[in-house]
Design a binder for this molecule. Sequence first.
Ligand code: APR
Length: 308
Amino acid sequence: MKKKVTVVGAGHVGSSLAQMIVQDGSADVALFDIAEGIPQGKALDLSEACPLWGSSSSITGVNDYSGTADSDIIVVTAGLPRKPGMSRDDLLAANAKVVSGVVENASKRSPGAVIIIVTNPMDVMTQLGLKVSGFDPKRVVGMGGILDSARFRTFAAWEMGVSPQDVEALVLGGHGDLMVPMPRFTTVKGVSLTTLLSAERINALIQRTRNGGAEIVSLLKTGSAYYAPAAATYQMVRSILFDEKRMLPCAAFLDGEYGVRGVYTGVPALLGSGGVEKIIELSLTEQEEKDFAGSVEAVRQLAGKLGL
Ligand code: APR
């Protein structure tokens, strides 16, 4: 029997993710949304593409949480996206209401699942997901670092005229304006960016990465990025489904790691069937430590507004 992934939110991110999962037959999918007809219509459309993709996955659109029962993974993409001029943090109150309802309803029907939170402001929504589900923190994880790192990889590849697949990058901290791109751990086939580009060019890439989500929002005007967010979430889904144990930057619950306790933030984590199976601790320079602490503090303050 195939594993089952529930994707909550059949909007741009959720439906793109659902497509990636069924296109290569990784799992069966339950696509949930409050909007009637939307998940059913998208699921039917995707089902009709399966013979063309040579996929035997099944996908069902549902408005009732009973259809999400016994999932191995629950991905939460439900909620509002940003509009031009908004920061991710501006979504706090509206999306907190959505995420707490979704997690409460979905987690009790799939008590053994790993929950991946995508909805912004993601680090705080993940913390809320932990509280509402009552799950082990290892089984509640947020998507942000892979996306931020992919943006950094893209801009670095363009700058150097190399294939983006040869660029590896690491971005730590919260998935917000104070994220911490790490040029020291960003490499082209193992060669550090710091030896390949001037500090000035690297700073320009860091700024564009920090502004990567807003750059797309300002172009789209009616919503935020979804192809790369879905692709980043898909990497996490696969690593958990197939116990790949990939090392991926994710929002994980820190319990003393990096000198931080009781908050979610982006760190390199080993993702397997148990969720976050290990957090990789890097030794940071004084400046990196300062930037990381600033980013964590911003997450903590935002979480405080929800009493978390
Ligand atoms: N339960 C289930 N679905 C909901 C609920 C709810 N309580 N509230 C809203 N939704 C659904 C909407 O009906 C819509 O289909 O969530 C979907 C959101 O889709 P989009 O508006 O297209 O937003 P999207 O671009 O997918 O972004 C979703 O992911 O990256 C983040 O910042 C982004 O927080 C945003 C989220």
